[in-house]
Design a protein. Structure first.
Length: 156
């Protein structure tokens, strides 16, 4: 199988450009040409970003390990629609401190809501924007668990 075909197979599998470029380097035995790197998209798809920065704690399937690491199933969709909930999802330290751009954090948050909490998302849900994330991110939560409990207590 030619290198080109192997890279195409990786991309079709959803592995992303980063993994495809690493594969080219490993297969060819030398770094990819600068033109190839420059032509690659600037960011991985949100599913890959989720695995890289969120999946270690929240797990690949979003189940987490409650109560220490909350599940991403259903509750985030409920929280997002509650007063103070939308900013809470961005202000939790794991999100606010993640080494992602504001656009990447907006994309991965939209991804996790639409993937793991679609059953509880409000019908009028508006995806997060980079500008919105930037504004929320400046004010990190001191006690995220207490704030989460406060928000969820209003849902009952």
């Amino acid at each position: 199988m030619k290198v080109h075909s192997q890279v195409e197979a990786l991309l079709r599998s959803g592995a992303g450009w980063s993994l495809a470029l690493l594969a080219v380097t490993a297969i060819a035995g030398e770094p990819p040409a600068a033109a190839t790197v420059a032509a690659a998209p600037a960011a991985d798809p949100p599913s890959i970003t989720y695995l890289l920065y969120c999946g270690g704690c929240h797990l690949r399937d979003g189940s987490g390990t409650p109560p220490e690491v909350p599940t991403l199933h259903s509750q985030p969709g409920i929280i997002e629609a509650m007063p103070g909930g939308r900013d809470y999802l961005i202000r939790v330290p794991g999100a606010a401190h993640a080494p992602m751009t504001d656009m990447e954090l907006a994309s991965v948050t939209n991804y996790l809501l639409e993937t793991f909490s679609s059953d509880t998302l409000a019908e009028d849900f508006q995806p997060y924007t980079a500008a919105e994330v930037a504004a929320y991110r400046r004010n990190i939560l001191a006690d995220p668990l207490a704030r989460r409990a406060e928000i969820l207590s209003k849902a009952r």
